[in-house]
Design a binder for this molecule. Structure first.
Ligand code: AMP
Length: 191
């Protein structure tokens, strides 16, 4: 198995680049944000719980998110590997992911961190909010809260993965295809 984390703040382009990586490497995509949104749509218990946090731009609690990911991974064993998009977002999630993957006899091979400065991200998200219908993309307050969550809880994972020698930082500003090429080469994914 070959497992990739696509990492970065909200609006960095994780979804767009994941879609391109999936097509090229035939991996299974796990976007925790997408899983929450589809649960919200059909009003499951998980969706109702998640919505109260997502609507404020806060992270959903670790125990809820980790249980959801564990269930997904353990029921999708047959694959070339996973691309994690929006997970992990805290050190506890990162530790839990290592443990689950170890139980599946695999690990994280590359963490591709997209770097874009914050003002550019805010305008990208406000633009996306006009078409995505995502309530958390439509208010600058909620967006700023998501950045605060990212800076406080998620960014420390960069050190966590740097220490494991799997971190690759990539400039997330520019043409989508150029960024994709940079991910493939800097992440030393096979071409
Ligand atoms: P995203 O689509 O990745 O931007 O996620 C949208 C929202 O879903 C986030 O702002 C969080 O409220 C929630 N969420 C997604 N992934 C996670 C995660 N790994 N941990 C906690 N909350 C998450």
């Amino acid at each position: 198995m070959f497992n990739i984390i696509i990492f970065g703040p909200p609006g960095a382009g994780k979804g767009t680049q994941s879609a391109m990586l999936l097509e090229k490497y035939n991996l299974v995509h796990l976007s925790t944000g997408d899983v929450f949104r589809s649960n919200i749509k059909v009003e499951t218990e998980l969706g109702i719980l998640g919505k109260s946090f997502i609507d404020k731009g806060e992270l959903v609690p670790d125990e809820v998110t980790i249980a959801m990911v564990e269930d997904f991974l353990k029921t999708t064993k047959e694959s070339n590997g996973f691309i994690f998009d929006g997970f992990p977002r805290t050190i506890s999630q990162g530790e839990a992911l290592s443990k689950i993957l170890m139980q599946l006899d695999t690990n994280i091979h590359a963490v591709l961190a997209l770097e874009v400065e914050e003002n550019e991200l805010v305008s990208r998200l406000l633009e996306r909010g006009k078409v995505s219908g995502r309530t958390d993309d439509q208010s600058e307050d909620k967006i700023r809260n998501r950045f605060a969550e990212y800076n406080n809880k998620t960014e420390p994972l960069l050190e966590f993965y740097a220490a494991k020698n799997v971190l690759h930082r990539i400039n997330g500003l520019g043409e989508i295809d150029d960024i994709f090429n940079a991910l493939v080469h800097r992440g030393r994914l096979c071409t």
